[in-house]
Design a protein around this ligand. Structure first.
Ligand SMILES: *[C@@H]1O[C@H](CO)[C@@H](O)[C@H](O)[C@H]1NC(C)=O
Ligand SMILES: *[C@@H]1O[C@H](CO)[C@@H](O)[C@H](O)[C@H]1NC(C)=O
Length: 254
């Protein structure tokens, strides 16, 4: 017979939280990071805001059902021994160092992002993979209930257009591919067709055809955001009543 405490724990786990798994399928160490926009909600995952993940390692944690505006990404080629904060990694670094600052610890682009807003009050879960801040690692969001997959399962570094390619590791290998916005190709980030900003800040005034190198990202990763208004193809939903558990796999293959 279950004790009252066991019943309570089972009830809490089943009704108030999801299980998230972060699997580093890359053959090298990465440093995953988690950020919650605390302006939107207060619920946070029960995991540190950053950790070191050895090649082929798995980290599992619980996430409250009302997690809003959350993101997870990977950092590459980090060395925190100098306490170098956001610049301690070649890409994806955050204010704070190994532990990202809860208020300002978003990733330094280029960084592929996995994003979630879990559904409450009958709303579905929303989730996506985004290359709006550029690309730094392939990833896939899968789930335990048969809802759609969101992914960018391709290494976009080696074939990245030269004006977007990089940063580079010590061997000269590209560990990222910037978006045209992040690369500031048009020199005017506050009013840019590449950034969908200023006079280009609506779907009508920011067509994907006006975003430089959009097709490089979108043809390789049709299931991910290649610019801010890719909702139709990149934004995935899952009925929150299914209580999906999610797995984020870095270096997922096609
Ligand atoms: C990290 O940086 C420190 C200080 O600059 C250096 O001594 C060390 O060799 C670096 N570690 C790696 C693995 O590169
Ligand atoms: C989610 O994971 C938990 C813990 O592993 C498990 O008990 C639960 O059945 C899973 N739920 C779904 C919907 O997959």
């Amino acid at each position: 017979m279950l004790s009252a405490a066991a019943v309570l724990i089972t009830f809490l786990a089943g009704s108030n939280a999801r299980t998230f798994t972060v699997f580093n399928n890359c053959p090298f160490t990465i440093w995953p990071a988690v950020f919650t926009d605390l302006n939107v909600g207060t619920a946070v995952p029960s995991v540190a805001t950053g950790w070191e993940a050895a090649a082929f390692s798995t980290t599992t944690f619980s996430v409250p059902n009302n997690w809003k505006a959350g993101r997870i990404w990977g950092r590459r080629n980090c060395n925190f021994s100098n306490g170098a904060g956001a610049n301690a990694c070649l890409d994806g670094g955050c204010n704070g160092g190994l532990l990202c600052d809860p208020h300002t610890g978003t990733g330094v682009p280029p960084a592929t992002l996995a994003e979630w807003t879990l559904g409450t009050n009958g709303q579905p879960d929303f989730y996506d993979v985004s290359m709006v801040d550029g690309y730094n690692l392939p990833m896939r969001i899968s789930n335990s209930v048969g809802c759609p997959v969101a992914d960018c399962p391709v290494d976009l570094g080696p074939n990245c257009p030269s004006s977007l390619k990089g940063p580079f590791d010590s061997t000269g290998f590209p560990v990222g591919c910037k978006s045209a916005c992040v690369a500031n190709l048009d020199g005017n980030p506050s009013n840019s067709p590449n950034c969908c900003s200023g006079s280009h800040n609506t779907p009508a005034t920011c067509p994907s055809s006006g975003v430089a190198f959009y097709s490089y990202f979108k043809s390789n990763c049709p299931n991910a955001y290649a610019y801010p208004y890719d909702d139709n193809t990149a934004l995935k939903t899952c009925a929150s009543s299914l209580n999906a558990n999610y797995t984020l796999t870095f270096c997922a293959s096609p």
